[in-house]
Design a protein around this ligand. Structure first.
Ligand SMILES: CC(C)(COP(=O)(O)OP(=O)(O)OC[C@H]1O[C@@H](n2cnc3c(N)ncnc32)[C@H](O)[C@@H]1OP(=O)(O)O)[C@@H](O)C(=O)NCCC(=O)NCCSC(=O)c1cc(O)c2ccccc2c1O
Length: 264
């Protein structure tokens, strides 16, 4: 991507804060391959920009932060669609959010589920609208994130709660997420953008070198999970070509319950 015209996201900079907005509200801001490519490009841009100190990641509209992978696309085509290099680069996006040496704030403006939930978990801070909901959904649609999305999640909320999110697939509300330590702050929905910007401006006034060292030192203790993530995504790539995974995506697109009995 040399000259980029974003179709799936928006990128804006104000007061040394870059705001990256996933802009697919008709699909609950779920991501396809192109969305992931554009997000990586935007994070790289923010990484390199001398006038950017902090990044905010959010979703368009009030219903969804991000509903994970675009399950309709997967049901229709068997994949998350075309990408620049032909590969689905979600793991690189995860690394980008962790490795960019600037704090990343998730401004969760609605539901954060599946791979969308993983994105906010990986951000350094999360501020949520009071109507936001949080959870995982992979096992219902024939998918999983056995890397940072489960192992790092368990670090954030504890083993029992992480297993609860992944095994029961029930969404939790913002108050519960706050009490679990999954989000840092809750605000009314119409105050979310301003509240996230206020944090961004505050952080942008601090020493960039100190922030960079702090972010990398926080990451160091859990960076070995990257190896686990590689293995998990290798496994997911193989699994995604199975009838069992296809049944999960098809059931979602057809608005019916999946039948996983043949695969037990
Ligand atoms: C998100 C919901 C909880 C919202 O429920 P609600 O009742 O509020 O709204 P609707 O269900 O009516 O949804 C409105 C509208 O949006 C469409 N939609 C919702 N989510 C998606 C989606 N993920 N993809 C495509 N479209 C979506 C929905 O169909 C409705 O459209 P209409 O035309 O009918 O109006 C609830 O919608 C929900 O649970 N959504 C599914 C969440 C989900 O399962 N996400 C995918 C999980 S798998 C994943 O994220 C994933 C991540 C990775 O990183 C991977 C990496 C490598 C391989 C695979 C990966 C992967 O699968």
């Amino acid at each position: 991507m040399t000259t980029v015209e974003y179709t799936d996201i928006r990128y804006a900079v104000a007061d040394r804060v870059a705001t990256i907005t996933i802009d697919r509200p008709d699909r609950m801001n779920s991501f396809r391959g192109r969305t992931v490519d554009e997000l990586i490009h935007a994070f790289k841009t923010a990484w390199a920009a001398r006038d950017v100190a902090v990044v905010i990641l959010t979703g368009a509209g009030e219903r969804a932060f991000c509903a994970g992978g675009d399950v309709k696309e997967r049901a229709e085509t068997g994949s998350y669609g075309p990408t620049e290099w032909g590969t689905f680069e979600i793991e690189r996006l995860h690394r980008m959010i962790r490795d960019i040496p600037k704090p990343v704030i998730a401004a969760v403006n609605g539901v954060a589920v599946g791979g969308g939930h993983v994105l906010h978990v990986l951000c350094d801070l999360t501020i949520a609208a009071n109507h936001a909901r949080f959870g995982q959904s992979g096992p219902r649609v024939g998918s999983f994130d056995a890397g940072f999305g489960s192992a790092y999640l368990a670090r954030v909320v504890g083993e029992k709660r992480a297993r609860q999110l992944w095994f029961l697939l029930e969404l939790i509300d913002a108050d519960t997420a706050l009490s679990w330590g999954l989000v840092n702050k809750i605000v009314p929905g119409d105050e979310l953008a301003d509240a996230a910007m206020a944090w961004g401006r505050q952080i942008a006034s601090y020493s960039p070198t100190a922030l960079r060292f702090l972010k990398h030192s926080f990451n160091a203790d859990s960076d070995h999970l990257a190896g686990l993530s590689h293995l998990a995504f290798d496994g997911l790539e193989l699994f995604s070509h199975t009838d069992e995974a296809a049944e999960g995506a098809a059931a979602f697109a057809e608005k019916r319950l999946p039948d996983f009995d043949p695969y037990r």
